[in-house]
Design a protein around this ligand. Structure first.
Ligand code: SF4
Ligand code: SF4
Length: 420
């Protein structure tokens, strides 16, 4: 609770002007064609040019040229950017929007301004503290205290409680080396499965499912002894020094074997950390893409009774993994399962890394549009590949009185395999 108070106090003396800053020359590549505007979630919500990619690029370019100060309204419009990169994906001038907004955060972020986010970034590297906190929260869940907080706590405390996994997981992701048993078609390939710092604590069932599937398909799987941070959260917080430092931890992954990433939000940073441009780089795969490409020909999973899931495609699956259809291809192989893609019209769920902490009001407004995207007939489950989106969905479902479980595609697949 205290850091919420500090967080708000830290916003009071918000700077009305900041030092000029270089590194925004690429903003001038924008030809102002407006093609990106309908794809930008904040523009669609506000219909305000300053909340659009074009408007933000104009502001960054002008600030970089010392033509405008970074006043409160400029800063607010730039801070509202989700970093979803929907604009970059459609830009004909190939403006490197992601790099520019990262540069903005790097130039302006401070621990005083974003204390909660910086505290979380610190926690991602404190494995002992994170484990103790996890056990504490699991204990509160067991005593039904978290359930109570989700219902009756005031304001921001309730919001924080509803953004935790519901129910809070008691387990953690598996650790160590696992080898397949029995006849597995003589596959002997080894893979590393990245245990993300947040996702391995908050969706351990997805890691268990991934491990079970990979072993059944004949892979030897290495899971590091403790959770690894890819640096994405640090980058979202504008803490680039930590983002660079934590990336070195990825060197702990065994070399010369593919790295699989279960959480699409960790993909881009992991690929960069593993040296995607180097000739001897480890190859990094997003898990659903990998499973789809390595599907055993004889495997025909099916559900006993018809099931219907709604598939949510996170921004990171679209703009960073760049394989938006991977989960659809994977789930499409399951018999008796109807997969209803959630239309991309909602734009972004509002999780966007640290955004749901940094910009709670805008994040909640975007999140509130999710339920309407489900249509009149609610699905049996919602499926998504990203932990932030999963949390956002859970809190919105709770808020709207729906009781629909949210899971990773590998959990759906494992359930179908177990019943076929
Ligand atoms: S990154 Fe997303 S929110 Fe930000 S300007 Fe681009 S489309 Fe809009
Ligand atoms: S699509 Fe690209 S060039 Fe066109 S307005 Fe958007 S950022 Fe500028």
């Amino acid at each position: 609770m205290w850091f919420y108070i500090v967080s708000n106090l830290a916003r009071i003396p918000e700077m009305t002007a900041s030092p000029r800053c270089s590194g925004f020359e690429d903003a001038d590549r924008c030809v102002q064609c407006a093609l990106c505007l309908p794809h930008c979630p904040t523009y669609r919500l506000t219909h305000d040019e300053s909340e659009s990619p074009r408007g933000r690029l104009a502001m960054l370019g002008a600030w970089g040229r010392n033509e405008i100060p970074l006043d409160l309204s400029t800063r607010k419009a730039l801070d509202h950017c989700l970093g979803c990169l929907a604009c970059e994906a459609v830009c004909p001038a190939e403006v490197p929007y992601g790099k520019l907004i990262d540069r903005y955060h790097e130039a302006t972020a401070t621990p005083l301004r974003e204390p909660l986010l910086w505290l979380l970034v610190w926690l991602t590297r404190q494995h002992g503290v994170a484990k103790r906190l996890h056990r504490l929260l699991a204990g509160l869940e067991r005593m039904r205290i978290l359930a109570l907080l989700r219902q009756v706590a005031p304001g921001r405390l309730r919001r924080a409680a509803t953004l935790l996994p519901d129910p809070y997981p008691m387990a953690v992701a598996p650790r160590g080396r696992f080898t397949p048993k029995g006849d597995t078609g003589n596959r002997t390939q080894r893979v590393s499965l990245l245990a993300g710092c947040v996702s391995s604590l908050w969706m351990p069932d997805a890691y268990q499912a991934a491990l079970a599937l990979l072993l059944a398909w004949g892979f030897t799987v290495d899971l590091p002894d403790h959770a690894l941070c890819c640096g994405a959260l640090a980058r979202h917080a504008g803490n680039f020094r930590t983002a660079q430092t934590v990336r070195t931890e990825l060197g702990l992954l065994p070399s010369a074997q593919p790295v699989l990433v279960l959480d699409s939000g960790c993909f881009a940073e992991t690929r960069a950390a593993c040296g995607a441009e180097d000739s001897d780089a480890r190859i990094v795969y997003e898990l659903t893409s990998f499973l789809d490409a390595n599907w055993p020909p004889s495997l025909k999973p099916t559900f006993e009774r018809p099931e219907r899931v709604a598939l949510h495609i996170p921004c990171t699956q679209r703009s960073e993994v760049r394989d938006a259809d991977a989960a659809m291809r994977l789930l499409g192989r399951i018999g008796n399962l109807t997969v209803q893609p959630i239309p991309a019209g909602y734009g972004c769920c509002g999780a966007a890394g640290g955004y749901l902490l940094r910009e709670p009001s805008m994040s909640d407004t975007l999140g509130a549009t999710l339920i309407a995207s489900l249509g009149p007939e609610p699905p049996d489950r919602i499926v998504t590949t990203n932990i932030g989106c999963r949390l956002r969905w859970q809190s919105e479902l709770r808020r709207s009185g729906h009781h629909i479980p949210v899971e990773h595609p590998v959990e759906t697949l494992l359930r179908a395999c177990a019943r076929s």
